[in-house]
Design a protein around this ligand. Structure first.
Ligand code: FAD
Ligand code: SIN
Length: 518
């Protein structure tokens, strides 16, 4: 298959870019491959909303910029922060035009929420299912454009670069598309593209306990790494403070930070409200601080979770703003009106990823990255809540603008088909499951909220063993999604551990007991 634009992923990043470029060039083709159903993505589960300055009487770009820089703990790229925040209102206008609905109050203005690290109410939301609404609107817009083809259940395995092409003599590493597994037929297709966009999302599933859906296995980052793109800031894994705790199994349902913005308190088992002891902003300190504080409370008490107390809040208003959280808790036999919600931190977001410049260009020619798989410099050492959807919107626009100006040229290369000679269908699914559990336990126990050099070094030793076992299986087996995902998660884990060992000061979401805070 040949296309002008190949987009890997159908969340906010991939869809926003596709819609824009498809409208600009009706004669060019956009192929979106996505490994599950077309709407499955982290985007679909976003709750709190999008951080955008809309109320200029109370709020300002300056305040949002300051909040982002404070959360990022000195490691944000200031020019990027300024660019992203100032572009927010323009990108919001487009979302509205494409049919996304956001809550408004009685005066017709946006009903703004608040989250940790924000000095003002500025979170634009649709109840507590903002991501679902954005994904709905973007897909509906994409379906109206005949030059966009969405291929669900198509898993991108690897990028095609110079390494795959005999006699290609350009010195500059270039991407020519990707090898893609059609998950229904089991066939591996070669998709040749003039421009490839990685919009493949996050890595939450590298840790067993995560707020992310099962698709978040870091595939794009692993593919880019294997293709030799530069990957940065992988040590900054963000743990969300309040995932719903379940004694049996590992719940991944998120209790939005906007609930604390609405006035909920964090309490330990004794009922003590501990956050004011850790930070003057209490429950609304930035996410790194709240997660580290909960971790410290749990270590002191030996308990498995803390509580989120909403019982003092105006319940009618609460249920109106958070109907989904209210319903989900009831399904878990928690009545928010009377019961405290048991919560525990869980892996949530990756601040690092594939390094890109302001145009979304990676260090490989014709390869762009956008959204959670990319590292733009916006988040520094810790992302400010609800800045992620905003970043994806702004960078999708920047990539679109750049590509409209340069119009990617077609390159005449002969890409060999995927070679799976000598491989057989594996009967060893148990090995994949076992290695996956080992990997997730390793990351939870040794590479979690609080790290140490000893744990990180032990993690590398154990990871190397898992790596060898999985590479063996990979060499001899016909590819399956679960095998490829496991291999990708191992690559991502390796990057997180290695880059953690290279950081000698504690910043934002990175805390190593052997380092001192600067
Ligand atoms: P995604 O939306 O994750 O999309 C990635 C796409 O790539 C998916 O379609 C996936 O199937 C596809 N894909 C992945 N690998 C492959 C492959 N190998 N082949 C083919 N397709 C592939 N951020 C905010 O700003 N505000 C919020 O309120 C908020 N709430 C959140 C709540 C939850 C529970 C979670 C999990 C995240 C939240 N975030 C929030 C973070 C935010 O949702 C994500 O960072 C953002 O949606 C990422 O968008 P994306 O387009 O980069 O990736
Ligand atoms: C939330 O609603 O708490 C998630 C917000 C985010 O991750 O930005």
């Amino acid at each position: 298959m040949t296309t002008d634009y190949l987009v890997i992923g159908s969340g906010i990043a991939g869809l926003t870019f596709s819609v824009k470029i498809a409208e600009k060039f009706p004669n060019k083709n956009i192929v979106i491959v996505t490994k599950a159903s077309e709407d499955e993505s982290n985007t679909k589960y976003a709750q709190g909303g999008v951080a955008i300055v809309s109320n200029k009487e109370e709020d300002s770009f300056k305040k949002h910029i300051k909040d982002t820089l404070i959360a990022g703990d000195g490691l944000c790229r200031e020019d990027v922060v300024e660019m992203v925040i100032k572009e927010g209102p323009e990108r919001l206008k487009e979302l509205l035009l494409w049919g996304a609905n956001f809550d408004v109050n009685d005066t017709g203005k946006f009903d703004l929420g608040k989250e940790g690290g924000h000095s003002e109410y500025r979170i634009i939301h649709h109840k507590d299912i903002t991501g679902y609404e954005i994904e709905r609107a973007l897909l509906s817009k994409a379906h109206q454009l005949p030059n966009i083809s969405i291929l669900p259940h198509h898993f991108a395995i690897d990028l095609v670069t110079n390494h795959h092409i005999r006699d290609y003599n350009s010195k500059k590493l270039t991407c020519f598309g990707a090898y893609v597994l059609d998950q229904k037929s089991g066939k591996i297709r070669t998709i040749k593209a003039n421009s490839t966009l990685l919009a493949s999302g996050g890595i939450g599933c590298v840790y067993g306990h995560t707020t992310n859906p099962v698709i978040a296995t870091g595939d794009g980052i692993a593919m880019a790494y294997r293709a030799k793109a530069r990957i940065k800031d992988m040590e900054f894994v963000q743990f969300h403070p309040t995932a719903l705790y379940e004694a049996k199994g590992e719940s991944s349902f998120l209790i939005s930070e906007a609930v604390r913005g609405f006035g909920a308190y964090l309490r330990n088992k004794k009922g003590y409200r501990f956050m004011p002891d850790y930070d003057e902003r209490a429950e609304l300190a930035s996410r790194d601080i709240v997660s580290q504080s909960i971790d410290s409370e749990l270590k002191k008490s030996g308990e498995a979770h803390v509580y989120l107390d909403c019982t003092h809040l105006d319940m009618d208003a609460f249920i109106n703003h958070f109907p989904n959280i209210y319903k989900e808790c009831l399904e878990h036999h928690i009545d928010i009106k009377a019961d405290w919600i048991p919560v525990v931190p869980a892996s949530h977001y990756l601040c690092g990823g594939i390094e890109v410049n302001k145009k979304g260009m990676t260090t490989i020619n014709s390869l762009f990255a956008c959204g959670e798989c990319s590292r733009t410099g916006l988040h520094g050492a810790n992302r400010l809540a609800s800045n992620s959807l905003l970043e994806a919107l702004v960078y999708a626009h920047n990539i679109y603008k750049y590509q409209s100006e340069i119009q990617c040229k077609s390159v005449n290369v002969d890409i060999p088909d995927w070679n799976d000679e000598g491989t057989t269908i594996t009967k060893e699914h148990v090995l994949i499951q076992h290695n996956l559990k080992q990997l997730q336990a390793l990351m939870r126990d040794y590479v979690g909220i609080v790290r140490s050099n000893k744990r990180l070094k032990r993690a590398i030793t154990h990871l190397d063993l898992i790596y060898e076992e999985v590479e063996d299986l990979y060499r001899e087996s016909k590819l399956t999604t679960s095998l490829c995902e496991l291999r990708n998660m191992i690559n991502v884990a390796h990057l997180i551990i290695r880059q953690s060992l290279d950081r000698f000061e504690n910043k934002g979401g990175y805390y190593n007991m052997d380092n001192v805070k600067h």
